[in-house]
Design a protein around this ligand. Structure first.
Ligand SMILES: [Cu+2]
Length: 133
C-alpha cells in the first residue's frame, strides 16, 4: 500500500509538471563588473528579470556556448557579437542603473553564457554560465 501511494504520488507530480508548464523565474543581477544568476535552470519558458544595480550602464546577451571563452573582436575588449549571432538567444541593449527589465525566453537544454558586452565589461568579469537541463 505504501509503495502504491508513493508511486501514484510520483506519477501525479510528473503529470502536473507536464501539464502546467509554468514559466520558471530566472533572476539576473548586474553590477560593475559582475553578473549574478542561477547556475542551472529547467528548460522551457523562462520569465527573465534583469536588474541593473549599476553604477554603470549594462547590456545582457545570452548565447548558447559550451565555454565562457568567447571569440573577441580585434579590440580585445569585447566579444565578437557578429560571430556569435547564430548562437545568440537574446540581446538587451544597454540600460542605466536602477533599470529592471523583464522578458520571456524559451531555452532548450544546453550550456549558455550570459554576459555584458559594453567595452571592457566582459573582460572585467561580467559573464556567467548557465546550464539548462
Ligand atoms: Cu556591463
Amino acid at each position: 500500500m505504501l509503495l502504491a501511494a508513493i508511486l501514484s504520488g510520483a506519477l501525479f507530480a510528473v503529470h502536473a509538471h507536464a501539464v502546467t508548464q509554468r514559466p520558471t523565474a530566472l533572476r539576473v543581477t548586474e553590477r560593475d563588473f559582475k553578473i549574478s544568476a542561477p547556475k542551472q535552470v529547467a528548460s522551457g519558458n523562462l520569465d527573465v528579470t534583469v536588474d541593473n544595480k549599476g553604477p554603470d550602464d549594462h547590456e545582457l546577451i545570452i548565447v548558447r556556448a559550451t565555454t565562457a571563452r568567447l571569440p573577441l573582436r580585434s579590440d580585445g575588449l569585447t566579444a565578437n557579437e557578429e560571430k556569435l549571432s547564430p548562437i545568440t538567444a537574446v540581446t538587451l541593449e544597454p540600460a542605466g542603473p536602477g533599470t529592471v527589465r523583464t522578458f520571456r525566453l524559451k531555452l532548450r537544454p544546453g550550456r549558455y553564457v550570459l554576459f555584458c558586452n559594453m567595452a571592457g565589461h566582459f573582460m572585467a568579469g561580467m559573464r556567467t554560465t548557465l546550464v539548462v537541463h
